[in-house]
Design a protein around this ligand. Structure first.
Ligand code: ZN
Length: 446
């Protein structure tokens, strides 16, 4: 059986991930993501009502027009987790394929909401929730399986396609966290078993391959956040924390620390509301009972007025805006566009790292400067990464022992970095190690 890996998006950049695997005449698509910074450059872009071809032109979503040149039928669209660079293009592209969308239950709910917000296209693909450990027969020849991993969003998986020529493992994104704060550690035993059965190809993220050692566990982030927050137990000033709204484990940590020092945690912002409410309703996380969540503008203003009146030291707002995004809650607070005021000595904690692109650096600089002008004290980088470091990649290569390796999820600096690392372990470029660019494809079995 001839098997081909087709790089559609996310091989020239970090974002807009999409990879297709063709087994004979059957095609499975992995991820359909958005590249958010490309959208932000076009400030007035209302993506919900935009056409896919315009978004492709902007390089905001994968250019899947190349799929017309691939000989076969798309049988399934598989998403590995709920980050927008993996599911964000579904409302724009999925309707072009008569295929079900398959993901873990939490990811499926996020996809459902994405589709509901779409204004241009009617997306009627069937949504199928697949749990880890279960299998889904895509055809007589091809079976899909999800394996549990950890990442910076809950219910992340590695997708394994069992073919007559061996397994194709799609591993975007992951970390090997043995002591996670929410959920269970990665299923090492299953990875090892699949490695023994035979892996034809591994398509693997390369984001942090240049970082030495192993990615610290989320438990370390919990200790760092807790250490900072609890040291202000008797402080009378405000404590505000900004983090990723999709990072449920981190939000749980922050909320628990607030509870511990007698402050009421309040999740503020529309995206904060979306990710956490779904997770809570699906019983995937238990927040402290004192936690409240406000999403729409009117209730946000009301709650903030209440915080100002009752005293900021009774609350701990968890807000959007860690990248300085215009329109985020933190950005609105510094512009005095909400009733919440920053006073001298107030503590603002960033439980996130600046995602490295010039726009984020600029916007974050702006917000920090404004905070400092109002006398706020700033705490940066209370964070650990959700992406595997070099030694995690080393461990995974040993578990799976793939015949072919295709680094993904990055531009040349990342995929090239991975290639160099894999060459040191005995792989050879153009032989069993392949750097693909968007629009390129490689046959791994004839
Ligand atoms: Zn991700």
């Amino acid at each position: 059986m001839d098997i081909e890996i087709i790089a559609v998006g996310g091989f020239d950049e970090v974002g807009r991930n999409m990879t297709a695997v063709r087994c004979g005449k059957e095609i499975v698509i992995f991820d359909m993501g958005l590249r958010l910074d490309q959208v932000m450059i076009h400030e007035d872009a209302e993506i919900e009502s935009m056409h896919s071809l315009d978004l492709i032109q902007m390089k905001a979503i994968p250019d899947d027009t190349m799929m017309n040149t691939v000989d076969g039928t798309v049988m399934a669209i598989v998403c590995t987790h709920g980050h927008l660079d993996h599911i964000g293009a579904i409302p724009k592209l999925a309707h072009r394929y008569a295929a079900p969308i398959i993901a873990t239950p939490y990811t499926i709910e996020l996809i459902r909401q994405q589709i509901a917000g779409e204004q241009k296209f009617g997306v009627n693909n069937k949504l199928f929730a697949l749990r880890t450990g279960q299998r889904y027969s895509i055809s007589q020849n091809v079976v899909l399986e999800f394996i549990r991993v950890q990442h910076s969003i809950i219910e992340s998986v590695a997708a394994v396609l069992h073919t007559p020529r061996g397994a194709i493992v799609y591993l975007n994104d992951f970390k090997l966290d043995r002591t996670p704060v929410v959920g269970d550690p990665p299923d090492f035993a299953r990875f090892r078993q699949i490695g023994k059965e035979g892996v034809l190809a591994l398509i693997v993220e390369s984001t942090n391959v240049d970082m030495k050692g192993r990615t610290p566990s989320e438990r370390i982030a919990r200790d760092v956040v807790r250490d900072t927050i609890t040291s202000y137990e008797d402080d009378k000033s405000a404590i505000i924390v900004s983090t990723f709204s999709s990072h449920i484990a981190r939000i749980k940590t922050i909320a628990e620390c607030a509870h511990e020092i007698g402050r009421k945690p309040v999740l503020v912002g529309r995206s904060m509301e979306r990710y956490s409410t779904v997770a809570e309703q699906m019983k995937l996380v238990a927040f402290p009972s004192s936690l409240s969540i406000v999403g729409n503008r009117k209730s946000i203003d009301r709650v903030m007025r209440r915080m100002m009146k009752a005293g900021k030291d009774h609350f701990l707002p968890i807000v959007t805006g860690h990248q300085g995004e215009p329109g985020s809650i933190l950005s609105r607070i510094v512009q005095e566009d909400t009733p919440y005021r920053i006073d001298k000595g107030d503590k603002v904690l960033f439980s996130a790292k600046v995602i490295p692109n010039p726009m984020n650096y600029g916007q974050r600089y702006l917000i920090e400067t404004k905070l400092r002008m109002r006398g706020a004290r700033i705490f940066d980088d209370l964070h650990v990464s959700g992406h595997a470091y070099r030694e995690d990649h080393y461990e995974m290569l040993h578990l799976l022992n793939p015949e072919h390796v295709i680094p993904s999820h990055g531009g040349l600096p990342q995929t090239g970095g991975y290639a160099q690392f894999a060459e040191e372990l005995g792989y050879t470029l153009h032989n069993d190690l392949h750097i693909l660019r968007n629009g390129q494809r490689i046959t791994v079995s004839k």
